[in-house]
Ligand binder design. Structure first.
Ligand code: FAD
Ligand code: SAM
Length: 690
C-alpha cells in the first residue's frame, strides 16, 4: 500500500447520482433533483434565460464589433443551463461575439451520468455531444474549453464555489466606482449570473456571504442575476452587495423567484469583504487595446497573436528571422507533461495547461490545420525516485482515462519496442509539428507579419495617445500599436524593460536518423532521458541534448553522440550498429529560475523597488499600492522544454489581460506566472532588483 506525506492534490468528490423512476437525476449528497423530467428545459429557460433578458440583450449586441458576453453560474450539474444558453446564443448573437460561460461545480457528474442526463433532451443532442466530447476529467481546478471554433469559451471550475469564485477576482483592496463605459476600467466582470445550486434549504453552505461578495465584486452596472429561490437572506445578501432586487413569478408551482440588476453605488460604499490582498500583482488601469505588436514568431508569439486577433485586435508580429526559426522550428515536438504527486503551482500549471492543450490541438489536427499524430506518449521512470513517484501517482490517479500506468510487458506492447521498468502513458497525447502550428496561428485576417526585422527598442509616445513604437537598429520605426507583447524567448533580456528577468538559455539538439536504422518501429512517442517519436516520411527525430548556459546553435557531434547513447540505453539492440545521423537541428530553450513560464504585465522595476521596499524587513507586510506596470506591455516567455503544452493557455492568459476578461487560471497561478514575482522575491531577500 502506497502512503503519501501530503494530501492527494488530484482528489475530487464526484456527484453520486440516483436516478428517479421517471429518469430524473437526483444528487445523493443533497437529496435534491438537478432538473424535473417533464419541465427542466422550460424551467431553466424561464428562470435563467428569460429573467436575465438574454435574448433581447444578445440581439442588441453590435454586429459590427466583436466582444464577449460573460455568464457565471453556480453549479454546472448536467450542463442544462449551459446548453440552453449556447443554443440561444447560436440563434440570436452576432457571429463575431463570443459567449464566455464560467461555471463552478463542487461535485461534477461522471461522464456516463452526464450523457445519460443529456439523453432526456433530444433537441439539445448536437450541442450536448460537443460538451460530452470536451468534458474535462474529474480533477479539481479550472478547465477551459474552446467550443465550436471558439464561438464559446467554457470555463469549468471544479471546486467549491466559495473557494474558486474569490480566485477569479483581481486583487482589489478597496472598491472603486465602476462604469462599463469607463475607458480605464479593464477589470473583468460578468454580464449575467445564473445563481443555481440546490435550494438554500438542501445546500445552505453555498449560499454564503462570500458568494454574494464575489458576485458584487464581479459585477458592473447592468450586470443581471436570476435565481429560482426567493429566500429572504439571499435577497438581503445581494442587496447589501449592490444589487437591486425584484421578486417575480417563478416557474410552475414555484410562486416566486428573484432577479435583479447590479447598481454601482451601494458596492462602492461597502468595504471589500474578501481577503485577496496581493497588491503587487494587481494590474493598474489600462486603456483599451485595438492594436498590438507581438515580438517574436515562435509558438509563444504566434499563439498570442492568434488569441488577440480572434478577439478583434489588429496584430503586427515582428520577427528577426522567419516564423518558427528559433526553438519552435523543430520538425517534431512532444505534447506531454511531467506530473508530480505533490501539490504545488508548478504541478498545477503543468496539468492545467496540458489538459487545455490536448483538446485544443485535437481540434486543429482534425481540421487538418496542423501536422502531427496523437499516437500516445509513454513517459518512463528514469530513476528509482521517479519510479516511487509514479507509484504514488498511480495511487492518486488510477481511475483516469487520460492516463494509464504501465509495467514491463505493457510498456513494450504500447510502444512496439522492447522496454523495461515502469511508466505512464498519455493515450490522447502525441507529437506535433511546431512550425505547422505557428503557420496555422498566424494565418488569420487581422495578423500581419514583418519578417527579417529585429526589434531593438520599445518606446512609449505620450503625444501619440500613449502608443508604443518599436524601432529597429537604425532607429527606424518598424510598427506602432496600443500594446506590446514581448515573446522573443531569451532575447527578452535585450530590452531594458525586461532585462532583470532570470532567463536561462538551454541548448538542445535533435538528431535525425532513418527509420530503417532501428530494428523495430516505435508506435508511440517514448520520453525517457531523451525522446523518440514515430517517423515522419521515413525520418526519425531523436531528442534532445540538454546543455545549460550554452547559447551555441551549431549542430555538434558530441550532441549526436549523446542522443544516440540515450537511445541505446533506452532499448539495447534497437539502434543498428554504426548508425550515423543524417542531420540535426540545434536551438535554445528558455527557462526561468523556478521553471514556470513568465506571463503577464511587465512591471517597472524601479517603482517596485520604491513601493515594496518594506518587504525586505517584513515579507508579510501588506502594502496597499497597486503594481506599477508599463502601460499595456506584456511578456510571454520561459516555456522551457514544454512550449507545445504551455503556450496555448498562456496565450489565452495574455489575451484575457489585454482584453479585460476573466482569466483562464485562478489568481494564485496568475501570480505565480507574473514577471513581478522575481522582483518581489528579490525585495524580500534584500537583493538589488535593477
Ligand atoms: C532541442 C529541443 C527540443 C524540444 N522539444 C520539445 C518538445 O518535445 N515538446 C515541447 O513542448 N517543447 C520542446 N522544446 C521546447 C520548445 O521548443 C519551446 O518551449 C518553444 O519553442 C518556445 O517557443 P518561443 O516562442 O518562446 O521561443 P522561440 O521559438 O525560440 O521563438 C522566439 C522568436 O523570437 C525571435 N526574436 C528574438 N529576438 C527578436 C527580436 N529582437 N525581434 C524580433 N524577433 C526576435 C526569434 O527569431 C524566434 O523566432 C524543445 C526545445 C529544444 C531546443
Ligand atoms: C441544481 S444543480 C445545477 C443544475 C445545473 N445548473 C444544470 O444546468 O444542470 C446544483 C449543482 O450545484 C452544485 N453545488 C452545490 N454546492 C456547490 C458549491 N458549494 N460549489 C459549487 N457547486 C456546488 C451541485 O453539485 C450541483 O451539481
Amino acid at each position: 500500500m502506497v502512503t503519501s506525506s501530503h494530501p492527494n492534490p488530484y482528489f475530487l468528490e464526484a456527484a453520486n447520482i440516483d436516478w428517479d423512476a421517471d429518469g430524473a437525476p437526483r444528487a445523493g449528497i443533497y437529496g435534491d433533483i438537478y432538473f424535473s423530467q417533464e419541465s427542466g428545459i422550460n424551467e431553466s429557460r424561464h428562470v435563467f434565460l428569460f429573467h436575465n433578458q438574454l435574448a433581447e440583450r444578445w440581439q442588441a449586441l453590435d454586429p459590427e464589433k466583436s466582444g464577449r458576453f460573460t455568464i457565471i453560474e453556480t453549479g454546472f450539474g448536467t450542463g442544462l443551463n449551459f446548453l440552453l444558453a449556447w443554443q440561444l446564443w447560436q440563434s440570436v448573437a452576432p457571429p463575431n461575439w463570443q459567449l464566455h460561460y464560467i461555471s463552478v461545480e463542487k461535485h461534477p457528474l461522471h461522464p456516463q451520468d452526464l450523457k445519460r442526463a443529456h439523453a432526456s433532451w433530444p433537441e439539445l443532442q448536437h450541442l450536448a455531444s460537443i460538451l460530452q466530447h470536451n468534458y474535462p476529467p474529474l480533477l479539481p481546478g479550472q478547465h477551459r474549453r474552446m467550443l465550436n471554433s471558439a464561438q464559446v469559451c467554457l470555463d469549468l471550475l471544479f471546486d467549491d464555489a466559495l473557494a474558486c469564485l474569490p480566485a477569479l477576482l483581481d486583487s482589489p483592496s478597496r472598491r472603486s466606482p465602476r462604469s462599463q463605459n469607463s475607458p480605464q476600467d479593464r477589470t473583468p466582470y460578468a454580464d449575467a449570473w445564473f445563481l443555481d445550486g440546490f435550494s438554500p434549504a438542501s445546500n445552505p453552505d453555498m449560499w454564503h456571504d462570500t458568494l454574494f461578495a464575489c458576485m458584487g465584486a464581479l459585477s458592473k452596472p447592468e450586470t443581471t442575476f436570476a435565481t429560482f429561490t426567493s429566500a429572504g437572506f439571499v435577497k438581503r445578501g445581494l442587496r447589501a452587495q449592490g444589487f437591486q432586487i425584484e421578486k417575480v413569478t417563478g416557474y410552475g408551482r414555484k410562486r416566486e423567484m428573484l432577479r435583479g440588476t447590479f447598481s454601482n453605488q451601494a458596492a462602492v460604499d461597502a468595504p471589500f469583504p474578501l481577503n485577496v490582498a496581493v497588491p503587487w500583482h494587481r494590474p493598474a488601469a489600462q486603456s483599451p487595446v485595438a492594436s498590438a505588436i507581438v515580438i517574436g514568431a515562435g509558438l509563444a508569439g504566434c499563439s498570442t497573436a492568434r488569441a488577440l486577433a480572434e478577439r478583434g485586435v489588429q496584430v503586427t508580429i515582428i520577427e528577426r528571422d522567419a516564423p518558427a526559426s528559433g526553438a519552435s522550428g523543430n520538425p517534431q515536438g512532444v505534447l506531454y507533461t511531467k506530473l508530480s504527486p505533490a501539490p504545488g503551482d508548478l504541478n498545477q500549471f503543468a496539468l492545467t495547461s496540458f489538459l487545455f492543450a490536448l483538446p485544443y490541438y485535437r481540434e486543429q489536427l482534425k481540421n487538418g490545420a496542423i501536422e502531427g499524430d496523437l499516437c500516445g506518449v509513454l513517459q518512463l521512470a528514469n530513476s528509482s525516485k521517479d519510479a516511487a513517484q509514479f507509484e504514488q501517482l498511480k495511487h492518486f490517479l488510477s481511475d483516469q482515462d487520460w492516463l494509464q500506468f504501465a509495467t514491463d510487458d505493457e510498456l513494450s506492447t504500447l510502444s512496439g519496442i522492447p522496454l523495461a521498468g515502469c511508466g505512464y502513458f498519455y493515450p490522447n497525447a502525441g507529437w506535433l509539428s511546431p512550425p505547422s502550428i505557428c503557420a496555422a496561428d498566424i494565418d488569420y485576417p487581422n495578423i500581419r507579419v514583418i519578417n527579417h526585422c529585429e526589434a531593438i527598442s520599445l518606446l512609449n509616445t505620450p503625444e501619440q495617445n500613449q502608443q508604443w513604437q518599436v524601432q529597429d537598429q537604425h532607429g527606424q520605426i518598424i510598427a506602432a500599436a496600443d500594446a506590446i507583447v514581448i515573446a522573443n524567448s531569451n532575447d527578452a533580456l535585450q530590452f531594458p524593460q525586461t532585462q532583470y528577468l532570470p532567463l536561462k538559455p538551454i541548448r538542445g539538439q535533435l538528431s535525425y536518423i532513418n527509420e530503417s536504422d532501428l530494428t523495430q518501429t516505435p508506435r508511440c512517442v517514448i520520453c525517457h532521458e531523451g525522446y523518440l517519436a514515430p517517423a515522419i516520411d521515413g525520418t526519425l527525430c531523436i531528442g534532445a541534448s540538454f546543455t545549460l548556459r550554452d547559447s551555441d546553435t551549431t549542430v555538434q557531434q558530441r550532441d549526436h553522440d549523446w542522443n544516440l547513447s540515450q537511445l541505446n540505453a533506452l532499448s539495447p539492440g534497437l539502434l543498428k550498429d554504426g548508425v550515423v545521423p543524417s542531420g540535426g537541428r540545434a536551438s535554445l530553450r528558455c527557462s526561468s529560475s523556478d521553471y514556470l513560464p513568465i506571463v503577464g504585465a511587465v512591471p517597472i522595476a524601479a517603482d517596485f523597488a520604491k513601493h515594496y521596499a518594506p518587504l525586505g524587513k517584513d515579507a508579510r507586510r501588506v502594502i496597499d499600492t497597486p503594481a506599477s506596470n508599463y502601460p499595456n506591455v506584456y511578456i510571454n516567455v520561459g516555456h522551457g522544454s514544454r512550449g507545445l503544452t504551455s503556450t496555448p493557455l498562456c496565450a489565452e492568459l495574455i489575451a484575457s489581460y489585454i482584453c479585460g476578461e476573466i482569466r483562464p487560471l485562478p489568481r494564485h497561478l496568475c501570480e505565480s506566472l507574473s514577471p513581478a514575482r522575481f522582483l518581489i522575491r528579490r525585495l524580500i531577500r534584500n537583493q538589488r532588483i535593477s
